[in-house]
Every structure is written in C-alpha cells, then in structure tokens.
Design a protein around this ligand. Sequence first.
Ligand SMILES: *[C@@H]1O[C@H](CO)[C@@H](O)[C@H](O)[C@H]1NC(C)=O
Ligand SMILES: *[C@@H]1O[C@H](CO)[C@@H](O)[C@H](O)[C@H]1NC(C)=O
Length: 270
Amino acid sequence: MCVYALLLSSLCLATIVQAQQCSTPIGGPNMNLKDEYIIKNTFEDGAVVYFKCNVGYQPAGGSGKITCTAGLWSPVLLECEKKSCGAPTEVEFGQYGDTTAEFGDTVKYECKKGYNLVGNSVLRCEDQGWAGREPTCEVIRCVTPDGVVNGTFTPLEEIYEYNSVVKYDCNKDVVRNGSSELVCSEDGKFHPDPPTCVWVECRDPVITHAVYERGSRPPHRYKASVTYSCEKGYNLQGSSTITCTIDSQWSPALPSCISKSSIGNPSICL
Ligand SMILES: *[C@@H]1O[C@H](CO)[C@@H](O)[C@H](O)[C@H]1NC(C)=O
Ligand SMILES: *[C@@H]1O[C@H](CO)[C@@H](O)[C@H](O)[C@H]1NC(C)=O
C-alpha cells in the first residue's frame, strides 16, 4: 500500500522513511560497534554496520556485519572469546604460580632458593600477549671470606656461588676455635663467622702436698690432662684429673690436698 502511496504522496514518503530507520544496535557480550558507527543514533534502511570484539577478545566465529531492514537489525552472529597469552616463558632456576593465562591475568615468578630475581616478578596478559620481559634468576654470590691469623682456608676464590663451602685449618701448634666449614648463604655472606686459631697452653699446676700420678708434662697444650693424688696424711678434694681447655685453663678447677688431721676440727675447716 505504501509503495503505491509512495508514488503519490511525499508526506507518506516521509512517514515510511521514519518507520524504516533503525536505532543504535546492541551487540553480544564483549563486543562493540566499530568506531565509525558509534556517533550515529539512527541508521537508514539498508544501512550496514560492523561489530568488533573488545580489546583482549578475539572473534570465535560469526560475522560482525548486520543490516538494517525495515527498521530491524539482522541478528549479530559474531561471538567474542577472551584471548589467551599461552603458557608464560620458563625462567631458568625460577618458577611461576598458577595462571589461566587469559587476557587480564597476571603471573608471578619466583626464583629457587639461592637465586635472586632480577627484573619484574609479575607479568600481565595483555591484548598483544604477555607484557614486559620475564625476570631472570641469578645465583647468589659471596665474596672471599676473612682470613685467619696462623691459619688458612681453601679454596681461595674471588667469588663463591651459593652453597659453596670453604674449609679452615689452623697451623701446627695452634687450635681452631670455631667452625671448620663456612657456607655461602642466602644473604650473600659466609656463615658462621670464620674460626680463630688460638695458642693454647695451661700453666703447670702448683698444688701443695699433691703427688703427680700420670699424664701431661709441661708444656701443657690443648686437651692435655694430668692426674694427681695427695701425700700421706692428706685427702684430695675436687677432681684428681684435670684437662687443659681452649681457654688455656684447667678444667675442672685444680684439686686441693687437705690435711686429714684437720678433718673434724672445725677451727681449721673454717
Ligand atoms: C701464631 O703462631 C705462633 C707460633 O706458630 C705464635 O707464636 C703466635 O702467638 C701465634 N699468633 C696468634 C695471634 O695466635
Ligand atoms: C672461642 O670463640 C668463642 C666464640 O667466638 C669466644 O667467645 C671465645 O673467647 C674464644 N676462645 C678463645 C680462647 O679464643
């Protein structure tokens, strides 16, 4: 009827054109009209517009093209799915946490024990893939540990890697006080502290009324031990055997010889 009227009436034509216009179309999830169509509010009969997937999404089938026909848009067949960045790049001596590796996801790298992370620990999956550069894991290093007077350590290097061990030895006649092994640790230092090499010599004991039984003769060096008894008429009080410690002291303390006649005599005991 209108086609017929079209020939007769320009008024009718205006009405028809009005009726056949389409308003702004609505797309499916995660898509938008291409930029050039966004500014328009109405579309002529026969107008064609295109939808495109949003940033971070990609077409998963269907066309983004729709047509305005008699005031109605043809259906939007385009489907948009989230982009995937794929598995993040592996880092030597490192690992990364769980990620679905989709647009907007992040992945966090960590280095194995003994390695320092250099660079960014977190990467984000963006429209063009993983953004940024994955970090590297660098082995922790220690500098040469302190030397020791009257001793040496091996091996001698400029740089030691994490978990390296240096061994200390003391020269002949001096005694190591402390650990023989130091380990290059996570803080980039050797632990524990280096030992010292100490000269150990205990003074020859002077114990009145004591009798040397057996053991070390001067010089009394580290771990030397001497056993004493007492002269007749005296009782030994304390330990009969004493040993020279690393502090150059006898341990336990020197014994003493107490006159038997004094036993039971309170005036001497006090
Ligand atoms: C080093 O050893 C010598 C004996 O070899 C000793 O006379 C000297 O006191 C020692 N020095 C130290 C600091 O222990
Ligand atoms: C041995 O080492 C310990 C701990 O460092 C220290 O306290 C002690 O005085 C040292 N002894 C000697 C004899 O150097």
